[in-house]
Design a protein around this ligand. Structure first.
Ligand code: NFS
Ligand code: SF4
Length: 643
């Protein structure tokens, strides 16, 4: 066991060693116990969809009992992953929409409609009348339309209309414009059940439609309505890593995804009566820190510190300094249930969708949210006295978060002329070569954080502006990449000049995984601004995810590809190696249909070169790579023209 191989984060290394010394188990140990992992599963050629199976494809047995071949099985597994990822983001979006509607109706008294200008923009987009109407009336209509997007019986996803017209045309021609979100997920499950869709290309086409229902539907609804409820994020400072926990304060970790819970816990912890109670038990105050995407949501809007990403969730508990870990949904390791038994940490589930055996459950009810949150915080305070030995690593790094499409536009253009123009201009003049969206999780199979941070360093060195989300954001934050001062020294000269002029870091923290939708809408704005083509596929923009764990990553990657943005993933993450045909389609032929394709590369330096190559190809096609030196238009030139 070498902690340095497990993580590149010093705080994590320290805790990994400490856990090993104490004989405590974490995800890395369980991965060791699981190794070697099944080769059939890894390459996507095992099927247990029906009870004639399970079937595994090999030379000796090239067909499942039903006759399904490797292509069908690999494609089905891929579609199932995309559908599961879509369902996760979208169900999150639905919860937000329900709380939004309850708020508008006055049934969720602790929440409020915070961002009225954004509400008005969305109302207009949804065709809701705004003139002479009360904010809440408008919000009710918007909320109902948003909820209908999940299950409407006819029509297509409304926000696909945000995409440039040529993109919408491509979707229409390919038959992949997404309908109701639930319908795409349901149909994906139906098609992949035994004996239904057996044409791998047709299955992959449904993967595109389903993924688009995520990016332009479920995820985008989550982001838009969260912004209206909790405020559009604007840049602010925060701190990242386990050093944000405090020895003399009550520490609460909020873990999971939906800000519905964490926003209230943050609010509750600031109430004077609660702080008073904390003082009574001898604590100096209350520290709230996030892990995983909830952490991103809180950093984006409030500058609340982040204790770490996915692989940090067990390590923070091992500090012995966490009084309460409140979890909602997604990316919550079941390993926590046994780990907390060694500490005083109280683990509490808050969403009925995500219960854990033997773990206390406090249902988060939007009608009484602040009270529920206060109850949770009080539980933490009461638990402070039970603390045993505490070991908090010192590491924490200053980071700037809060880059939404709106805030980027504002920073670039100013309050009165918020605009992407300066960005487009600097891409056209070549100071910035292009943009990369770096996303994804931390997987114990590779050194924690290393892939993400190394890739990002290599990209900014190559004058590529980087936008990050999810656990990749947290990885970058830990190493100072979101810190304007530290990161600018690593950036190439062109990118550095632009960032210094505008006053942004070369790596922009854009939020959680559902906030990848922010990258889609930012790309739409860039196209609209002009000079960089007519379609998303024309833009010198690439997505990258060298390390992922969740099915959500497959959905995200595929909605980028289906939206015209090429995407690089690390090896083995898609689990498609078992079918040459599926590989050929996703890594090549899909470009003919949708204007972008998947690429596979695990090495961060090579991936950076691959991304730069793809960006330069787009630049060439746009004609912005020619020598743009200005010269006077002389008589000779004119003659040449006439000829
Ligand atoms: Ni994204 Fe967030 Fe992290 Fe991966 Fe999980 S927290 S939604 S899935 S592990 S980035
Ligand atoms: Fe086997 Fe076909 Fe059933 Fe899959 S669907 S388990 S390949 S028989």
């Amino acid at each position: 066991m070498d902690p340095k191989k497990r993580s590149s984060d010093k705080a994590a290394q320290e805790m990994i060693q400490l856990m090993a010394d104490k004989g405590l188990e974490n995800a890395w140990d369980r991965l060791d116990a699981q190794s070697p992992q099944c080769g059939f599963g890894k390459s996507g050629i095992c099927c247990r969809i029906c009870t004639m199976g399970p079937c595994r494809i090999s030379k000796k047995a090239p067909l499942g009992v039903c006759g399904a071949d490797a292509d069908t099985i690999v494609a089905r597994n891929f579609l199932r992953a995309v559908a599961a990822g879509t369902s996760a983001h979208s169900d999150h979006g639905r919860t937000v929409a329900e709380v939004f509607l309850a708020t508008a109706r006055g049934e969720a008294k602790d929440y409020e409609i915070k961002d009225i200008p954004k509400l008005m923009r969305l109302a207009e987009e949804f065709g809701v009348k705004t003139e002479g109407r009360k904010v809440n009336e408008i919000a009710v209509d918007v909320g109902i339309i948003a909820i209908k997007e999940f299950g409407k019986y006819e029509g297509e996803q409304l926000m696909t209309k945000r995409a440039p017209a040529p993109r919408q045309e491509i979707w229409k021609k390919q038959g992949v414009t997404p309908r109701a979100i639930d319908r795409e997920v349901t149909e994906s499950l139906h098609r992949t059940s035994m004996g239904v869709d057996q044409d791998y290309k047709n299955i992959l086409k449904q993967a595109s439609r389903c993924a688009l229902a995520d990016g332009w539907g479920g995820s985008l609804i989550a982001t838009e309505l969260q912004d209206i409820l909790f405020g559009v994020p604007y840049p602010g400072k925060g701190e990242i890593n386990m050093g944000v926990l405090k020895e003399d304060e009550v520490n609460i970790i909020v873990h999971g995804h939906e800000p519905i819970l964490s926003e209230m816990i943050a609010a509750a912890s600031q109430s004077p009566e609660i702080l008073e109670e904390a003082k009574k038990v001898g604590a100096k105050g209350i520290t709230i820190a996030g892990t995983c995407c909830t952490a991103n949501e809180l950093l984006m809007r409030h500058g609340i510190p982040i204790a770490g990403n996915f692989l940090n969730q067990e390590l923070v508990v091992a500090t012995g300094a966490v009084e309460l870990m409140a979890v909602d949904v997604q990316c919550i390791m079941q390993g926590l249930t046994s780990l907390v038994k060694h500490f005083h940490t109280k683990l509490i589930t808050t969403a009925d969708k995500a219960r854990m055996p033997g773990v206390e459950h406090v249902e988060m009810d939007e009608r009484d949210a602040l009270e529920t949150a206060k109850k949770l915080v009080k539980t933490a305070i009461d638990n402070y006295k039970n603390r045993g030995e505490v070991h908090i690593p010192k590491e924490k790094t200053a980071a700037v978060g809060g880059f939404s499409m709106e805030s980027i536009k504002y920073i670039l253009g100013g309050k009165f002329r918020a605009s992407f123009r300066p960005l487009n201009d600097n891409i056209i003049n070549g100071r910035i070569r292009g943009i990369a969206g770096v996303v994804g999780c931390t997987n114990p199979k590779v050194t924690q954080d290393y892939e993400h941070t190394k890739l990002v360093e290599e990209l900014i060195k190559r004058d590529i502006l980087v936008l990050t989300t999810g656990c990749a954001t947290i990885a970058c934050g830990k190493t100072g990449l979101n810190n304007p001062k530290a990161a600018l020294d690593m950036a190439g000269p062109g990118l550095r000049e632009v960032c210094e002029t505008v006053g942004i870091p070369p790596v922009l923290a854009c939020g959680s995984c559902v906030d990848n939708s922010r990258l889609l809408v930012s790309c739409c704005e860039i196209v609209k601004e002009g000079g960089l083509g007519d379609d998303l596929a024309d833009l010198p923009v690439v997505g990258a995810c060298l390390s992922s764990v969740h099915e959500k990553a497959s959905a995200i990657g595929h909605y980028f590809v289906a939206s015209g943005t090429p995407v690089v993933f690390g090896e083995g993450l898609l689990q498609i190696d078992g079918s040459e045909k599926v590989k050929k389609y996703l890594l090549d032929e899909i470009e003919n249909d949708l204007g972008a394709k998947w690429m596979i590369e695990s090495d961060p330096v090579k991936a950076a070169d691959l991304i730069l190559g793809a960006i330069e190809k787009k630049r060439d096609a746009l004609g912005i790579n020619q020598d743009t030196e200005r010269k006077l238009f002389g008589m000779d030139d004119r003659r040449e023209l006439e000829f």
